[in-house]
Design a protein around this ligand. Structure first.
Ligand code: ADP
Ligand code: MG
Length: 259
């Protein structure tokens, strides 16, 4: 077995289907993300990218199929081959295995930057506040915002808010970080600082799934590029294959519009 295949699978998506009413949004999705890998998901609007991330996080339940994060489903306990739904509190605790960074930052506006980072470790993981603050300050330093600990989110630029959101996601020491178009809501001149932080995390070996339209970023950072269309993964592989020599006409059509 090569070193590559020996890496543990952190996120495993098997045969996942999801409908909203009569709208069949995920139509049999299979995806495997291994420790330390960056997977970039591309695809047209409405292809199911956000829904896929939300099912991984158990913000949406799947209709069919299985999703494991670090070996377990987020919303269920497996016992003798059957799945039992977990209580909301247990789901919240398991969900800390996943960090989620949204397009619109979703910071708590009434809390300072520091308290945004301290809240979940204290309330969900029952960490002592002092310890959570020490971690929070270290993470703010990591995203270049150690001087903003006492500011409120709305006093920051969009790029700074998104860097706080990334630090907040890291505060729970997740096994994997999910990003849903983390730079789409930003003014163009602020995109770079956020992508830089994500690149730093990639270099440090953070396992990530990043939905983005930033093709240059995908080329530079992704281990695997996944192209989704109409609720299925049409094609996936290393960036050089999917971006420069796509095999499917739908991938080619999409890339010709965004490149
Ligand atoms: P993407 O992120 O690729 O743009 P989404 O996963 O957000 O795509 O959406 C895929 C499809 O599912 C879209 O047609 C969208 O309108 C629909 N959809 C997403 N969430 C819901 C929901 N909660 N209820 C009904 N339809 C939804
Ligand atoms: Mg989306």
């Amino acid at each position: 077995m090569s070193a590559e295949t020996a890496r543990e699978v952190v996120v495993e998506v098997r045969g996942v289907h999801k409908s909203f009413g009569s709208l069949h949004v995920l139509r049999g999705v299979d995806l495997e993300v291994r420790a330390g890998e960056v997977t970039v998901v591309l695809g047209p609007s409405g292809s199911g990218k956000s829904t896929l991330l939300r099912t991984i996080n158990h913000l949406e339940k799947v209709d069919r199929g299985w999703i494991g994060v670090d070996g377990d489903p987020i919303g269920y306990r497996a016992h003798r081959g059957r799945l039992y739904e977990l209580k909301e509190k247990e789901v919240l605790r398991r969900r800390t295995r996943i960090g989620f960074v949204f397009q619109n930052f979703n910071l708590f506006p009434h809390l300072t930057v520091l308290d945004n980072l301290v809240e979940a470790p204290v309330s969900v993981l029952r960490r002592p506040r002092r310890e959570a603050e020490t971690t929070a300050r270290r993470l703010l330093d990591r995203v270049g915002l150690s001087d903003k600990a006492d500011a409120y989110p709305l006093q920051l630029s969009g790029g700074q808010q998104q860097r706080v959101a990334i630090a907040r996601a890291l505060a729970l020491e997740p096994k994997v970080l999910l990003f849903d178009e983390p730079t789409s809501a930003l003014d163009p001149e602020l995109v770079g600082e956020v992508l830089e932080v994500i690149k730093d995390l990639a270099r440090a070996g953070t396992t990530m799934i990043v939905v983005t339209h930033e093709i240059g970023f995908a080329r530079e950072v992704a281990d695997t590029v996944v192209f989704m269309d109409d609720g299925t993964i049409v094609e996936q592989g290393p960036p050089a294959a999917v971006l420069d020599a796509p095999r499917h006409s739908r991938t080619r059509a999409f890339l010709s519009k965004v490149l």
